[in-house]
Ligand binder design. Structure first.
Ligand code: CP3
Length: 348
């Protein structure tokens, strides 16, 4: 079964999520704003830290617009982070340059909504960016809001930062299932509220990043990636039935099929480990897909990048499809490579 053909709008990215098979795929990149752009590094040097910029609506809008002005992408993603939610729930958060995020001690029973209004800065940034896209002549570029999936956000909350083996989080999941369940329930509700407010502010699609879903065993994947995502989708749909929701269960391998069938997401983000011929046969008949060039090709650039992109587009162009990477833009990436890739995709 092919996805239902939707009416075409003036936004090719939204059309693709609605099932339209386009002449050339719409294109945007995860982490398209940020450190690889000199204009971002310049602003960061003036403004201070990453969080200062993410919670400054004018700065967040400016940074979101930077790659759009350079490349004219089909979607902008609001400049923020998935860890704003734990912070808004009362867990301290700091980004130490070169070391990544550092979160304070987690006390599940102390998490609360009294500072959730901090996130108003993100909603304000979304409204500003929506207006900037219009006024600067990018009326065909859609604006994406996002959150982390509960499992991925929980790993940062429990580990206190990034992790390699996620043992602290897995031990909590196994040894203290009640506390873990409470944490996940809080994150489901907070994430759904966060997405609904982003849509109220002007986000036209949302993406749920489950960056670490791939480290879960098959049973835990259903319980802690699929089910919480399905609950978020249900809550968001109740408020905004027509806003597309992209699920990105990175690293999930063949478990993506169950995720695609059970979560209710509108479209599926795929990482570079999934073979695109298999995706075309197995996933694309169920849902529009988005992905999956290895960011290493974008870092390297040149003919190898173009050939890899050509192969992916060749496999996925016959169904509803959005061109993207399999994960975020690497911070050493030359901006010229991004420009060359966008021009190649747009020129097809
Ligand atoms: O895609 C975009 O352009 C929008 C902005 C965005 C950021 N983070 C900005 C950011 C998005 C969508 C995210 C999501 C995010 N954040 C994820 C899910 C996607 C993924 O990459 O798997 C995760 C796991 C995080 C958590 C996070 N934020 C980590 C682990 C780090 C430190 C590591 C790193 O890459 O620096 C961040 C910091 C962060 N988030 C930066 C940016 C631009 C770097 C801040 C800086 O030093 O300037």
């Amino acid at each position: 079964m092919q996805p239902v053909q939707a009416m075409k709008t003036d936004k090719p990215f939204l059309d693709a999520l609605g099932g339209v098979v386009a002449d050339r795929p719409p294109v945007w990149f995860m982490r398209q704003a940020g450190r690889y752009l000199p204009e971002y590094r310049e602003l960061r040097a003036q403004k201070g830290g990453f969080l200062d910029m993410a919670f400054d609506p004018a700065a967040a809008c400016e940074i979101t617009m930077q790659p759009i002005r350079r490349y004219g992408l089909d979607a902008a993603i609001i400049f923020s982070d998935i860890l704003t939610v734990p912070m808004a729930l009362g867990q301290s958060l700091d980004f130490v340059q070169g070391e990544g995020p550092k979160l304070g001690e987690l006390n599940v029973s102390a998490l609360n909504y009294s500072n959730f209004s901090q996130l108003n800065a993100v909603y304000e940034a979304i409204t500003k960016t929506k207006n900037a896209l219009q006024s600067e002549g990018f009326g065909n570029t859609a604006l994406i809001g996002f959150c982390g999936a509960p499992w991925t956000v929980a790993t940062y909350m429990v580990e206190g930062g990034s992790s390699k083996d996620f043992m602290k989080t897995k031990r909590m999941m196994i040894e203290h299932p009640d506390a873990f369940n409470s944490l996940m329930n809080i994150l489901i509700e907070a994430s759904a509220t966060y997405l609904i407010e982003q849509i109220n502010a002007g986000a036209e699609a949302v993406q749920i990043f489950d960056s670490w879903s791939g480290v879960l065993d098959a049973h835990s994947f259903k319980r802690w990636s699929v089910k919480p995502t399905q609950q978020i989708v249900e809550l968001v749909r109740a408020a905004h039935p027509h806003t597309p929701i992209i699920g990105f269960p990175k690293g999930a391998g063949q478990k993506v099929l169950n995720y695609a069938q059970s979560t209710g997401v509108t479209a599926l983000g795929i990482d570079q480990t999934l073979p695109t011929d298999w995706v075309a046969r197995t996933l694309q008949p169920v849902l529009p897909v988005q992905g999956n060039l290895d960011p290493a090709y974008l870092l390297a650039g040149g003919d190898a990048m173009i050939m890899a992109a050509e192969q992916i587009i060749g496999d996925l162009k016959n169904g509803a499809y959005v061109f993207n990477l399999g994960h975020g833009v690497n911070k050493e990436t030359p901006p010229e490579n991004v420009e060359a890739l966008v021009n190649f995709v747009k020129g097809r």
